[in-house]
Design a binder for this molecule. Structure first.
Ligand SMILES: NC(=O)c1ccc[n+]([C@@H]2O[C@H](COP(=O)([O-])OP(=O)(O)OC[C@H]3O[C@@H](n4cnc5c(N)ncnc54)[C@H](OP(=O)(O)O)[C@@H]3O)[C@@H](O)[C@H]2O)c1
Length: 504
């Protein structure tokens, strides 16, 4: 396989892009086909032998990946071949394949694309733990974020806003600060052209700052600590400047403040349940479009040393991502999708149905867009009776028209929820057509909810959009459709579901 390899410790220029043997799984590990790898500051340290973890040479940098499981060890329980995952590998991610302990691998929800996933764990995981668990950040409190346009810094800006805080973003250039502003920062300080302490006094007055988030260290630490409010907290997150500040401890006494260490990696290991809960919160927010990592640039595996170099030169804003492998179509659609302001489905253009795709790979170009809405279809008693016959479910609400007249709203029987669900196939044929395809097989359903009963004689139709497309190792494609079945004349739909099909 191809990989970026650290054969001797040194700066990014000393790394080699070369072919090496693929790693082998041991019993508690999974082998992942890497689709994307997030770039983080520790990657720049690990290649220089300056990080707390010291892998034996030769090794590949890259601590967090998204990808697809290729193989599982004998004792692995939670995963199987083909599962989409994100994983904290520590190193080894800037390669086509990586092995990771099962405990450090997480299933990836279908709504989250591979690029987003690879930029999620380190930055949001660290900053959420820092703000919520270590910093006890409360609504209306003021937070100063140093290095606010960096990976963890920008994640902290977004999360602090989401938690209701007033955010002061500090960074080294106006370009970086503009991105912080776009993520909601209330005040901006350019610490290369402005005096940090003076500006903080102007913004926070005599009261001072409730919380400081410091991932930079060096010369900004002391003025930041001197600006902390009574009962304030100072979070020690990292030392990107390369300098560990020496702080006069009398400041902590005089301010009545706490200096609090943040080590997310150890937290994840020592308190896995709490960490897992945090990740669930983050995944929900990503799915809901409440947080969204700013992607600086997507690099190829071959060019991944450039990403590390740019990070060391302070030229990365937000997140740099390495895209591994040849999945051009879906990656292009991911980038197109990312450029949209919202994660909402884009309304269908007026195009005739079915929407026709030349190949199954073309589906990925439409991720995040609506396909359209079908014709109305009447659900009559004959259909309901046939369904009861087939499923042997003869509950009176479905088949007893006399009793229904007496007891049910509108005097009509109700279609079985699974009957309306089973009509999905005929709606699909109206919505989508793929040329050069052998078969279209039902794969499963995520999050189906029956919202409103469908009374006999009602007309229903399907509205659907492409939520995600996953190319499989065997050349097939998994298609995730967001489907809503509307009922004529009613606001509430019959059901909504994410329906998954496997296309061969
Ligand atoms: N404690 C934990 O659990 C934890 C977890 C993850 C990361 N970290 C640490 O947090 C720090 C930031 O990580 P990151 O992945 O967010 O890195 P990043 O994206 O490179 O951000 C670091 C920021 O620090 C600022 N900086 C100041 N002097 C710098 C220098 N000499 N070289 C590089 N950057 C400099 C830069 O902003 P300006 O140019 O605006 O100053 C840069 O945007 C690192 O020290 C990392 O090890 C800690």
């Amino acid at each position: 396989m191809n990989a970026l390899v650290c054969n001797n410790f040194g700066l990014p220029d000393s790394l080699a892009y070369q072919t090496i043997n693929a790693p082998k799984v041991s019993e508690n590990q999974v082998l992942i086909e890497v689709k994307a790898c997030g770039v983080n500051f520790p990657d720049t340290l690990i290649i220089q032998n300056k990080y707390q973890f010291k892998p034996a040479l030769p090794f590949s940098p890259g601590g967090e990946v998204s990808g697809i499981i290729l193989e599982t060890g004998n004792k692995v329980k939670r995963f199987k071949k083909g599962t989409r995952v994100l994983a904290l590998c520590g190193w080894g991610g800037m390669a086509e394949q990586v092995v990771v302990d099962e405990s450090r691998v997480f299933p990836l929800p279908p709504e989250i694309d591979m690029i987003t996933a690879a930029g999620t764990l380190y930055n949001y995981g660290t900053s959420y733990y820092a703000l919520k668990d270590r910093g006890q950040l409360k609504k209306e409190e003021t937070i100063l974020i140093l290095g606010a346009a960096g990976g963890v810094g920008l994640a902290a800006v977004e999360l602090a806003k989401l938690l209701g805080a007033k955010v002061i973003a500090a960074a080294s250039s106006n370009e970086k600060l503009a991105i912080c502003k776009s993520k909601g920062a209330d005040h901006l300080i350019n610490y290369t052209t402005e005096d940090l302490r003076t500006r903080l006094k102007e913004i926070a007055g005599d009261k001072g700052i409730d919380l400081v988030y410091d991932a930079v260290g060096g010369k900004y630490a002391e003025p930041a600590l001197r600006s902390v409010a009574w009962n304030g907290r100072y979070l020690v997150v990292g030392f990107a400047s390369g300098e560990i500040p020496q702080i006069p401890l009398n400041l902590a006494l005089l301010k009545g403040c706490s200096i609090v260490g943040v080590f997310w990696g150890s937290f994840a290991e020592k308190e896995p349940a709490q960490n897992y809960q945090n990740l669930i919160d983050l995944i929900q927010w990503i799915k809901a479009g409440k947080i969204k990592q700013y992607i600086h640039r997507i690099y190829t595996l071959e060019n991944s040393a450039i990403a590390l170099k740019e990070m060391l030169e302070r030229n990365v804003i937000g997140k740099a991502i390495i895209k591994v492998g040849n999945w051009e179509d879906s990656s292009i659609s991911v980038e197109e999708k990312r450029s949209e302001e919202s994660d909402q489905m884009i309304p269908a253009q007026t195009e005739s149905l079915p929407v026709t795709f030349k190949t199954k790979s073309d589906l990925a170009k439409r991720i995040g867009t609506n396909l359209g809405t079908t014709e109305w279809l009447k659900v009559d008693q004959q259909m309901i009776n046939q369904f009861a016959e087939t499923t042997r479910d003869f509950q009176w609400v479905h088949i007893d028209t006399e009793k229904a007249k007496k007891y049910l709203p509108g005097g009509k029987t109700m279609a079985h929820g699974y009957l309306t669900l089973s009509l999905a196939s005929q709606f699909f044929y109206q919505l989508i057509s793929i040329e050069q395809v052998n078969s279209f097989v039902n794969y499963g359903i995520n999050k189906a909810r029956f919202i409103s009963p469908v009374s006999e004689g009602s007309e229903i139709r399907m509205r659907a959009g492409i939520a995600n497309v996953e190319e499989q190792i065997n050349g097939s494609v998994k298609l995730f459709l967001n489907c809503t079945i509307e009922i004529k004349g009613q606001d509430k739909p019959a059901y909504s579901a994410e329906i998954i099909s496997m296309i061969f």
